[in-house]
Design a protein around this ligand. Sequence first.
Ligand SMILES: *[C@@H]1O[C@H](CO)[C@@H](O)[C@H](O)[C@H]1NC(C)=O
Ligand SMILES: *[C@@H]1O[C@H](CO)[C@@H](O)[C@H](O)[C@H]1NC(C)=O
Ligand SMILES: *[C@@H]1O[C@H](CO)[C@@H](O)[C@H](O)[C@H]1NC(C)=O
Ligand SMILES: *[C@@H]1O[C@H](CO)[C@@H](O)[C@H](O)[C@H]1NC(C)=O
Ligand SMILES: *[C@@H]1O[C@H](CO)[C@@H](O)[C@H](O)[C@H]1NC(C)=O
Length: 878
Amino acid sequence: MHLFLLLILQATAALGQIDPAHCRYALGMEDRRIKDDDITASSQWYETTGPQYARLNREEGDGAWCPEGQLEPSDSQYLQVDLGRLTFLTVVGTQGRYARNSGNEFARAYRLNYSRDGLLWKSWKNRLGNAVMEGNKNAYTSVINDLHPPIITRYVRLIPVTKLSTTVCMRVELYGCPWEDGLISYSAPEGQLMMPPGYPIASLNDSTYDGVHERRRLFGGMGQLTDGVIGQDDFLVTRQYHVWPGYDYLGWRNDSLGTQGYVEMEFVFDRQRNFTSLKVHSNNMFSRGVKIFSSVSCWFKPRLIAGWEAESVAFKTVLDDRNPSARYVTVPLNRRTAKSIRCRFYFADVWMMFSEISFQSEDTVLPTQITLEVTSTPVTEEGTMATTPKTAVNASTSDPPDDGNTPILIGCLVTIILLLVIIIFLILWCQYVCKVLEKAPRRILDEEVTVRLSSCSDTIILQTPPVPPRSGHGPTVPANTDPHYERVFLLDPQYQNPAVLRNKLPELSQSAEASACGGGYAEPDVTQCTPHQCFHSNAPHYAETDIVRLQGVTGSNMYAVPALTVDSLTRKDISAAEFPRQQLIFREKLGEGQFGEVHLCEAEGLPEFLGEGSPLPDRDGRSVLVAVKQLRADATSQARNDFLKEIKIMSRLNDPNIIRLLCVCVSSDPLCMVTEYMENGDLNMFLSQREIESTLTHANNIPSVSLSDLLHMSVQISSGMKYLASLNFVHRDLATRNCLLDRRLTIKIADFGMSRNLYSSDYYRIQGRAVLPIRWMAWESILLGKFTTASDVWAFGVTLWEIFTLCKEQPYSLLSDEQVIENTGEFFRNQGRQIFLYAPPLCPPSLFELMMRCWSRDIPDRPTFEGLYQALRPHVNQ
Ligand SMILES: *[C@@H]1O[C@H](CO)[C@@H](O)[C@H](O)[C@H]1NC(C)=O
Ligand SMILES: *[C@@H]1O[C@H](CO)[C@@H](O)[C@H](O)[C@H]1NC(C)=O
Ligand SMILES: *[C@@H]1O[C@H](CO)[C@@H](O)[C@H](O)[C@H]1NC(C)=O
Ligand SMILES: *[C@@H]1O[C@H](CO)[C@@H](O)[C@H](O)[C@H]1NC(C)=O
Ligand SMILES: *[C@@H]1O[C@H](CO)[C@@H](O)[C@H](O)[C@H]1NC(C)=O
């Protein structure tokens, strides 16, 4: 069964685009699919350290490739690999010369050069412009580097880099998948700056383009349109960390390109192909003047040296003024034959923005690809097939089998179809049974169906993961390529259920904790549900989508309350007092979202209203500045409920280090909640703009903080969390971005879905709406959907780490989201392969020990917030 579904996935995958997260298969250095002849080098020291010995984890010859003599800092020695075809390269792994303990040479750093044709070499740089990658620290451990951006190439050169004269030796593996598009370059007008008043400047250039810039056009290279990263609905929000707004898109303004009203792009391919379609991922944020193109015309050139054929293919799109989502627009190309294509995309509005372009040609959707795996793999290998993509990839890249296999092929296809029918039947049946079992009538969302199904019958759902919208070229079934790349996508809905997860991580079933599928862990403060379900019932639908430019406001909607199953809340549930709306005087807008807005207001007479003894926020004469979160009158009832729920939760909280709900206006629409205004914004922003106090910062007037400030902040957060824990409240999203600072630098913990837009790269978006702060989450929250005070302790550890790195870096910044999730699996297994956050240089060792305890695998080993508070407090008074 595994085998067949794998094949189906492969077939559909061939239609889609590259997904860098899935395209990470070993390309054959270690297993010798890359032949000795294809590995060359600028030099070699001995016969026995030739380039053919540069294979990861192999101990042949003298154990590695070593260039001749000592490597000097000015040297440019290289190891070159010919991959035999255009490849989408995503990861590079290196290792030193171990040679059964007789070797001790390795490369501490290296650069990459690459070439698509073997003639023109380009040097690789990461998204921030750095070319040098960190290499090995000893002769045996392999080090993996993710390429951001990935490279599309056939030839790769690894160039060891050194600061001192030294001997280096290397073993390597390359990871990626075949580049089926066949595109070798595109040219386009340079992207432009968008400078609308009131918004950040969006720089819509192609910042990773590897060709030449000439007369405001890009020539002869590829860049962001082929990096596998699609832009978000809001083009200002980026998927990368520390880049500028608009990063993911290449965009143009209609009047900047003369009066022609179109953008002309030219695409060159590796060989003549018969094109079926072209897919353009385009932004459609019409509220900001961006739309998909209104029409496109393409011309074809069958050979490089030939004229453009007169007959073009034209295609009109259906413009969409309702849905602002970015989308793929598919343009049929009518199986025209070409070696290069020229397309004109006509503007539909002032702006046009693309994030990705891909081409489908007949030879990319090879029906034979399906057969390959069946015929070239003996049946006895079925098990391994499904779990080892290496085999699958190997098979799919090998030569096609001869025609004698056609009957087998047809037989297999028929079997696949029969199996599909059976699976569909089983799914329908299961759905029916599930419905009957739980009589509660309920609107079933797609995602919920998956979750529910899996609790009904693990075996079936496991085999039918929803085909991801952008599947890569490899099987999406998690599998075991290599110890570093054991792929487990735990946030796929199929894993959301612990019972299903057990099948993926067999060790889990031995763990007593993971014994239940529905509610086994009955600790008092546990809200037991999958992240999905939780986010569905508690998630802030009214705010999550697009509040931008927000500061110092709050709305704590994610505090999970164990007994909060109420669906409609009434006035009597809300203990905060009703404030006369007319006494709120608008000062300025702080943020805006789909269902609401946040305003900075003066609240006249608030001190009197709240009465004596009520500690007040910053005063400004008689009036007080407050943040007012307001729900639009036309918000959905779901959003309304969430809003009221949030009010209810917040009105119960009263602690100096928790944001306070001062009053509400809920007797009439629009609903409002009034909270303290936190002038200094969030802690993340605050710290990232500061340096640690030193004579240098004093001399140059650089904003700074002292170590004791940092400790004081940590104590305040632990104090606020201690309070939440005493109420059995689980915060679920503790991080510096959710801690606010007032004028006197008092920290108050808040948590609002709205911040998710500013910090979207901190969250991992799973299929539907749910977003998870995976870099802050304990392993059991990610793997089991279990959120407890102990998982808040974990997040507190990460928050401390952020504080002591002055928020200059995202946690695990070198790992992709998928790797973070894989690392979570390692935390669970606890075999010493998990990667911990490093000790920040500023951080006293005793404090780092405390952080490490927060990240203990077993909950009893983690400190409590009371313990943390007691441990941190003495530091401050020193
Ligand atoms: C790497 O590429 C750069 C051009 O981008 C070139 O100047 C350099 O010589 C190349 N180095 C090697 C070893 O190929
Ligand atoms: C793209 O724009 C950014 C931000 O304005 C700038 O830093 C970068 O150098 C530009 N890159 C290219 C290749 O023009
Ligand atoms: C493209 O299609 C034509 C016929 O429509 C066929 O003769 C040719 O071999 C095909 N070329 C490729 C590269 O598939
Ligand atoms: C650009 O778009 C605007 C708005 O659609 C339109 O008024 C203007 O004529 C366009 N300019 C050109 C040169 O097409
Ligand atoms: C991989 O493919 C090569 C031919 O390209 C073949 O010789 C080898 O046996 C294959 N390996 C596996 C594990 O299927």
